[in-house]
Design a protein around this ligand. Structure first.
Ligand code: PBG
Length: 335
Protein backbone atom coordinates (compact mmCIF):
# COMPACT_ATOMS: atom_id res chain seq x y z
CA UNK A 1 0.00 0.00 0.00
CA UNK A 2 1.40 3.40 -0.95
CA UNK A 3 1.48 6.28 1.46
CA UNK A 4 -0.94 8.38 -0.67
CA UNK A 5 -3.63 5.77 -0.94
CA UNK A 6 -4.29 6.29 2.75
CA UNK A 7 -5.75 9.74 1.98
CA UNK A 8 -9.40 10.10 1.06
CA UNK A 9 -10.00 10.22 -2.70
CA UNK A 10 -13.01 12.47 -2.20
CA UNK A 11 -13.06 15.25 0.35
CA UNK A 12 -16.57 16.17 1.42
CA UNK A 13 -15.19 18.76 3.82
CA UNK A 14 -13.95 21.05 1.02
CA UNK A 15 -17.42 22.55 0.44
CA UNK A 16 -17.91 22.91 4.16
CA UNK A 17 -14.67 24.78 4.74
CA UNK A 18 -15.90 28.35 4.28
CA UNK A 19 -19.10 30.19 4.84
CA UNK A 20 -19.37 31.22 1.18
CA UNK A 21 -19.31 27.65 -0.09
CA UNK A 22 -21.54 26.36 2.68
CA UNK A 23 -24.06 28.97 1.57
CA UNK A 24 -23.73 28.00 -2.10
CA UNK A 25 -24.34 24.30 -1.51
CA UNK A 26 -27.12 24.77 1.04
CA UNK A 27 -30.14 22.78 -0.14
CA UNK A 28 -32.92 24.12 2.07
CA UNK A 29 -33.77 27.48 3.57
CA UNK A 30 -36.20 28.58 6.20
CA UNK A 31 -38.05 31.71 5.13
CA UNK A 32 -40.76 33.86 6.63
CA UNK A 33 -42.99 32.69 3.75
CA UNK A 34 -43.01 29.22 5.34
CA UNK A 35 -44.60 30.28 8.62
CA UNK A 36 -48.15 30.09 9.95
CA UNK A 37 -48.86 31.38 13.44
CA UNK A 38 -51.47 29.53 15.54
CA UNK A 39 -53.26 31.82 18.01
CA UNK A 40 -55.74 31.29 20.84
CA UNK A 41 -58.66 33.67 21.01
CA UNK A 42 -60.99 34.40 23.95
CA UNK A 43 -64.31 36.18 24.30
CA UNK A 44 -64.49 39.66 25.82
CA UNK A 45 -62.14 42.61 25.59
CA UNK A 46 -58.72 43.48 27.01
CA UNK A 47 -58.40 39.92 28.26
CA UNK A 48 -55.12 38.10 28.20
CA UNK A 49 -54.11 34.89 29.97
CA UNK A 50 -50.80 33.06 29.91
CA UNK A 51 -50.86 29.41 28.91
CA UNK A 52 -48.98 27.73 31.77
CA UNK A 53 -47.54 24.86 29.75
CA UNK A 54 -46.60 27.13 26.83
CA UNK A 55 -44.50 30.00 28.22
CA UNK A 56 -44.72 33.03 25.95
CA UNK A 57 -48.08 31.98 24.51
CA UNK A 58 -51.32 33.68 25.53
CA UNK A 59 -55.03 33.37 25.08
CA UNK A 60 -56.38 36.80 24.26
CA UNK A 61 -59.49 38.66 23.27
CA UNK A 62 -59.89 39.85 19.68
CA UNK A 63 -58.97 43.49 20.42
CA UNK A 64 -55.55 42.37 21.68
CA UNK A 65 -55.16 39.76 18.97
CA UNK A 66 -55.31 42.56 16.41
CA UNK A 67 -51.99 43.88 17.74
CA UNK A 68 -50.40 40.46 17.30
CA UNK A 69 -51.87 40.20 13.82
CA UNK A 70 -50.42 43.57 12.89
CA UNK A 71 -47.03 42.48 14.19
CA UNK A 72 -47.20 39.28 12.13
CA UNK A 73 -48.12 41.24 9.04
CA UNK A 74 -45.21 43.62 9.60
CA UNK A 75 -42.86 40.66 9.99
CA UNK A 76 -44.13 39.17 6.72
CA UNK A 77 -45.86 36.10 8.16
CA UNK A 78 -48.39 34.99 5.53
CA UNK A 79 -51.16 33.61 7.75
CA UNK A 80 -52.62 33.05 11.20
CA UNK A 81 -54.50 29.94 12.33
CA UNK A 82 -57.23 30.69 14.87
CA UNK A 83 -58.13 28.40 17.76
CA UNK A 84 -61.01 29.47 20.00
CA UNK A 85 -61.29 29.11 23.75
CA UNK A 86 -65.00 28.53 24.23
CA UNK A 87 -66.73 29.28 27.50
CA UNK A 88 -67.89 26.09 29.25
CA UNK A 89 -71.47 27.41 29.30
CA UNK A 90 -71.53 27.29 25.48
CA UNK A 91 -70.38 23.67 25.22
CA UNK A 92 -72.95 20.96 24.62
CA UNK A 93 -73.44 17.40 23.47
CA UNK A 94 -74.52 18.62 20.05
CA UNK A 95 -71.85 21.35 19.65
CA UNK A 96 -74.36 23.87 18.29
CA UNK A 97 -72.05 26.77 19.08
CA UNK A 98 -69.68 25.41 16.39
CA UNK A 99 -71.86 26.87 13.63
CA UNK A 100 -73.22 29.95 15.39
CA UNK A 101 -72.66 32.79 12.89
CA UNK A 102 -72.35 35.22 15.84
CA UNK A 103 -69.80 32.98 17.59
CA UNK A 104 -66.23 33.77 18.61
CA UNK A 105 -64.54 32.40 15.49
CA UNK A 106 -66.62 34.23 12.86
CA UNK A 107 -66.36 37.45 14.87
CA UNK A 108 -62.59 37.05 15.02
CA UNK A 109 -62.32 36.25 11.33
CA UNK A 110 -64.38 39.29 10.39
CA UNK A 111 -62.32 41.63 12.58
CA UNK A 112 -59.05 40.29 11.22
CA UNK A 113 -60.12 40.42 7.58
CA UNK A 114 -61.56 43.91 8.01
CA UNK A 115 -58.37 45.30 9.53
CA UNK A 116 -55.78 43.25 7.66
CA UNK A 117 -57.32 41.94 4.44
CA UNK A 118 -53.96 40.76 3.11
CA UNK A 119 -53.24 38.52 6.10
CA UNK A 120 -54.36 34.93 5.48
CA UNK A 121 -56.82 33.57 8.03
CA UNK A 122 -57.09 29.84 8.64
CA UNK A 123 -59.84 28.37 10.82
CA UNK A 124 -59.92 25.01 12.55
CA UNK A 125 -62.88 22.83 11.63
CA UNK A 126 -63.52 20.37 14.46
CA UNK A 127 -65.97 20.16 17.32
CA UNK A 128 -63.69 19.68 20.33
CA UNK A 129 -63.85 23.31 21.54
CA UNK A 130 -67.67 23.04 21.50
CA UNK A 131 -68.48 19.60 22.90
CA UNK A 132 -69.12 19.05 26.60
CA UNK A 133 -67.00 15.86 26.40
CA UNK A 134 -64.05 17.31 24.51
CA UNK A 135 -64.26 14.89 21.58
CA UNK A 136 -63.96 16.22 18.02
CA UNK A 137 -67.41 14.94 17.10
CA UNK A 138 -70.84 13.93 18.32
CA UNK A 139 -70.95 10.74 20.40
CA UNK A 140 -73.40 7.87 20.84
CA UNK A 141 -74.53 6.36 24.14
CA UNK A 142 -71.26 4.42 24.41
CA UNK A 143 -69.12 7.48 23.83
CA UNK A 144 -68.19 6.41 20.29
CA UNK A 145 -67.65 9.36 17.98
CA UNK A 146 -70.27 9.17 15.23
CA UNK A 147 -68.85 9.81 11.78
CA UNK A 148 -71.64 10.89 9.46
CA UNK A 149 -73.59 12.84 12.07
CA UNK A 150 -70.38 14.71 12.91
CA UNK A 151 -69.67 15.45 9.25
CA UNK A 152 -73.04 17.16 8.87
CA UNK A 153 -72.12 19.52 11.72
CA UNK A 154 -68.63 20.08 10.31
CA UNK A 155 -70.16 21.09 6.97
CA UNK A 156 -72.21 23.79 8.66
CA UNK A 157 -69.20 24.92 10.68
CA UNK A 158 -66.93 25.15 7.61
CA UNK A 159 -69.60 26.96 5.59
CA UNK A 160 -70.11 29.48 8.37
CA UNK A 161 -66.32 30.07 8.64
CA UNK A 162 -66.10 30.59 4.87
CA UNK A 163 -69.06 32.97 4.91
CA UNK A 164 -67.37 34.97 7.68
CA UNK A 165 -64.39 35.38 5.36
CA UNK A 166 -61.94 32.64 6.33
CA UNK A 167 -59.43 32.17 3.52
CA UNK A 168 -58.66 28.60 4.47
CA UNK A 169 -60.78 26.12 6.42
CA UNK A 170 -58.76 23.38 8.06
CA UNK A 171 -60.64 20.27 9.16
CA UNK A 172 -58.62 18.70 11.98
CA UNK A 173 -61.26 16.23 13.10
CA UNK A 174 -60.25 13.10 11.12
CA UNK A 175 -63.82 12.04 10.25
CA UNK A 176 -64.19 10.06 7.02
CA UNK A 177 -65.61 11.90 4.02
CA UNK A 178 -65.48 15.36 5.55
CA UNK A 179 -63.37 16.91 2.82
CA UNK A 180 -65.80 15.86 0.06
CA UNK A 181 -68.74 17.04 2.15
CA UNK A 182 -67.17 20.43 2.91
CA UNK A 183 -66.06 20.95 -0.68
CA UNK A 184 -69.52 20.24 -1.99
CA UNK A 185 -71.27 22.56 0.44
CA UNK A 186 -68.77 25.34 -0.36
CA UNK A 187 -69.29 24.77 -4.09
CA UNK A 188 -73.04 24.74 -3.64
CA UNK A 189 -72.81 28.23 -2.16
CA UNK A 190 -70.26 29.32 -4.80
CA UNK A 191 -67.55 29.82 -2.19
CA UNK A 192 -65.06 28.70 -4.80
CA UNK A 193 -62.05 30.58 -3.42
CA UNK A 194 -62.06 29.08 0.06
CA UNK A 195 -59.14 26.71 0.35
CA UNK A 196 -59.34 23.47 2.29
CA UNK A 197 -56.28 22.53 4.31
CA UNK A 198 -56.93 18.94 5.34
CA UNK A 199 -55.32 17.55 8.45
CA UNK A 200 -54.89 14.27 6.58
CA UNK A 201 -52.36 12.57 8.77
CA UNK A 202 -53.27 13.67 12.23
CA UNK A 203 -51.93 11.25 14.77
CA UNK A 204 -53.43 10.37 18.16
CA UNK A 205 -50.48 12.07 19.80
CA UNK A 206 -49.66 12.87 23.40
CA UNK A 207 -47.79 15.93 22.18
CA UNK A 208 -51.11 17.84 22.04
CA UNK A 209 -51.27 18.07 25.83
CA UNK A 210 -50.41 21.77 26.25
CA UNK A 211 -52.85 22.73 23.46
CA UNK A 212 -55.67 20.98 25.27
CA UNK A 213 -54.77 23.03 28.36
CA UNK A 214 -54.69 26.18 26.26
CA UNK A 215 -58.19 25.72 24.82
CA UNK A 216 -59.60 24.05 27.90
CA UNK A 217 -60.55 20.77 26.20
CA UNK A 218 -58.30 18.68 28.50
CA UNK A 219 -60.68 19.00 31.44
CA UNK A 220 -63.61 18.02 29.22
CA UNK A 221 -61.83 15.06 27.69
CA UNK A 222 -60.68 13.75 31.07
CA UNK A 223 -59.27 10.27 30.62
CA UNK A 224 -60.87 10.01 27.18
CA UNK A 225 -58.76 9.54 24.08
CA UNK A 226 -59.12 10.02 20.31
CA UNK A 227 -57.89 6.60 19.17
CA UNK A 228 -61.01 5.77 17.14
CA UNK A 229 -60.42 8.63 14.70
CA UNK A 230 -56.90 10.03 14.95
CA UNK A 231 -54.14 7.87 13.47
CA UNK A 232 -52.07 5.28 15.27
CA UNK A 233 -48.51 6.62 15.73
CA UNK A 234 -47.27 3.21 14.56
CA UNK A 235 -48.62 3.67 11.03
CA UNK A 236 -47.08 5.19 7.94
CA UNK A 237 -48.68 3.68 4.78
CA UNK A 238 -52.05 4.64 6.21
CA UNK A 239 -51.00 8.32 6.16
CA UNK A 240 -50.46 8.11 2.39
CA UNK A 241 -53.87 6.56 1.98
CA UNK A 242 -55.49 9.31 4.07
CA UNK A 243 -53.69 12.08 2.20
CA UNK A 244 -54.57 10.61 -1.18
CA UNK A 245 -58.24 10.40 -0.26
CA UNK A 246 -58.28 14.00 0.96
CA UNK A 247 -56.74 15.22 -2.28
CA UNK A 248 -59.27 13.21 -4.30
CA UNK A 249 -62.05 14.64 -2.16
CA UNK A 250 -60.99 18.19 -2.96
CA UNK A 251 -58.35 19.34 -0.46
CA UNK A 252 -56.00 22.07 -1.67
CA UNK A 253 -53.28 21.45 0.88
CA UNK A 254 -52.62 18.74 3.37
CA UNK A 255 -51.19 18.65 6.85
CA UNK A 256 -49.10 16.21 8.80
CA UNK A 257 -49.27 16.56 12.57
CA UNK A 258 -47.30 16.52 14.90
CA UNK A 259 -44.05 17.69 13.33
CA UNK A 260 -40.64 16.54 14.47
CA UNK A 261 -41.54 12.96 15.49
CA UNK A 262 -43.36 12.53 12.14
CA UNK A 263 -41.01 14.01 9.54
CA UNK A 264 -40.73 10.61 7.83
CA UNK A 265 -44.45 10.98 7.07
CA UNK A 266 -43.95 14.46 5.64
CA UNK A 267 -41.28 13.13 3.30
CA UNK A 268 -43.35 10.15 2.15
CA UNK A 269 -46.47 12.24 1.53
CA UNK A 270 -44.51 14.88 -0.36
CA UNK A 271 -42.72 12.30 -2.51
CA UNK A 272 -45.81 10.28 -3.26
CA UNK A 273 -48.37 13.03 -3.90
CA UNK A 274 -46.33 16.13 -4.73
CA UNK A 275 -49.00 18.43 -3.33
CA UNK A 276 -48.69 21.36 -0.90
CA UNK A 277 -47.76 19.64 2.33
CA UNK A 278 -47.76 21.48 5.62
CA UNK A 279 -46.56 20.32 8.99
CA UNK A 280 -47.67 21.34 12.46
CA UNK A 281 -44.98 21.77 15.10
CA UNK A 282 -47.46 21.17 17.90
CA UNK A 283 -47.84 22.50 21.41
CA UNK A 284 -45.82 19.70 23.03
CA UNK A 285 -42.90 20.35 20.71
CA UNK A 286 -43.08 24.04 21.58
CA UNK A 287 -43.20 23.21 25.30
CA UNK A 288 -40.16 20.93 25.10
CA UNK A 289 -38.00 23.39 23.20
CA UNK A 290 -39.13 26.29 25.35
CA UNK A 291 -38.60 24.47 28.65
CA UNK A 292 -35.13 23.30 27.71
CA UNK A 293 -34.28 26.78 26.46
CA UNK A 294 -35.53 28.47 29.62
CA UNK A 295 -33.50 26.11 31.74
CA UNK A 296 -30.38 26.82 29.76
CA UNK A 297 -30.21 23.17 28.67
CA UNK A 298 -30.57 23.98 24.99
CA UNK A 299 -29.81 27.05 22.93
CA UNK A 300 -33.40 27.94 22.09
CA UNK A 301 -32.74 30.02 19.00
CA UNK A 302 -30.38 27.48 17.47
CA UNK A 303 -32.57 24.48 18.25
CA UNK A 304 -35.82 26.08 17.09
CA UNK A 305 -34.19 27.15 13.84
CA UNK A 306 -32.77 23.66 13.35
CA UNK A 307 -36.09 21.95 14.09
CA UNK A 308 -37.91 24.15 11.57
CA UNK A 309 -35.23 23.72 8.93
CA UNK A 310 -35.59 19.95 9.43
CA UNK A 311 -39.28 20.32 8.55
CA UNK A 312 -38.29 22.03 5.30
CA UNK A 313 -35.71 19.35 4.53
CA UNK A 314 -38.39 16.70 5.08
CA UNK A 315 -40.42 18.36 2.34
CA UNK A 316 -42.81 20.68 4.17
CA UNK A 317 -43.99 23.70 2.20
CA UNK A 318 -45.20 25.53 5.28
CA UNK A 319 -45.00 25.09 9.03
CA UNK A 320 -47.51 25.92 11.73
CA UNK A 321 -45.42 26.97 14.67
CA UNK A 322 -45.95 28.87 17.91
CA UNK A 323 -42.46 30.26 17.34
CA UNK A 324 -43.53 32.02 14.11
CA UNK A 325 -43.14 35.67 15.22
CA UNK A 326 -39.83 35.18 17.01
CA UNK A 327 -38.45 33.13 14.11
CA UNK A 328 -39.59 35.81 11.67
CA UNK A 329 -37.72 38.42 13.70
CA UNK A 330 -34.57 36.24 13.78
CA UNK A 331 -34.80 35.85 10.00
CA UNK A 332 -34.98 39.64 9.65
CA UNK A 333 -31.88 40.03 11.84
CA UNK A 334 -30.00 37.56 9.65
CA UNK A 335 -30.55 39.56 6.49
C1 PBG B 1 -58.30 19.59 17.80
C2 PBG B 1 -56.91 20.12 17.64
C3 PBG B 1 -55.82 19.71 18.39
C4 PBG B 1 -54.73 20.46 17.98
C5 PBG B 1 -55.18 21.31 16.96
N1 PBG B 1 -56.54 21.07 16.74
C6 PBG B 1 -55.68 18.77 19.53
C7 PBG B 1 -56.40 17.52 19.59
O1 PBG B 1 -56.64 16.83 18.59
O2 PBG B 1 -56.75 17.20 20.70
C8 PBG B 1 -53.37 20.33 18.57
C9 PBG B 1 -52.41 21.40 18.30
C10 PBG B 1 -51.24 21.44 19.18
O3 PBG B 1 -51.00 20.54 20.02
O4 PBG B 1 -50.49 22.42 19.07
N2 PBG B 1 -59.14 19.65 16.74
Amino acid sequence: MTFFSQFPQKRMRRNRRDDFSRRLVRENHLQVDDLIYPVFVLDGSKREEQVASMPGIVRQSVDLLLFQAEKCLRLGIPALAIFPVIDASLKSLTADEAYNPEGLVPRTVKELKKRFPELGVITDVALDPYTSHGQDGLIDANGYVLNDETVSVLERQALMHAEAGADVVAPSDMMDGRIAAIRSILDRDRLIHTRILAYSAKYASSFYGPFRDAVGSAAMLGTGNKYTYQMDPANSDEALWEAELDIQEGADMIMVKPGMPYLDIVRRVKDKLGVPTFVYQVSGEYAMLKAAGMNGWLDERACVTEALLACKRAGADAILTYFAPVVASWLQENT
